[in-house]
Design a protein around this ligand. Sequence first.
Ligand SMILES: [Zn+2]
Length: 89
Amino acid sequence: MLVIKGRRQAIRTLQGWAVSVLLEADAICECEAHGWLQDRADPQARARALVIAREQPPGGVSVEAAVAAMMEVLEGIGDACPECAAEGA
Ligand SMILES: [Zn+2]
């Protein structure tokens, strides 16, 4: 069993929250074939997700931390699925 403690767990949870809000706002999507997260590059969807982060940050998390986590997740996601890109090459 994987044991994650303290600070790391909080960060993982916050990233998971950011991903779920971004999915809900249609700012990102999952590749149907491979499950990779893809940035939809939709400014309105991103704005919707940021409004949720500002108005409803997860419990015990500051608005700044919630928005920062969301931006971090977006930065880490490409606009194409790497496996689809490899197949097309
Ligand atoms: Zn794919």
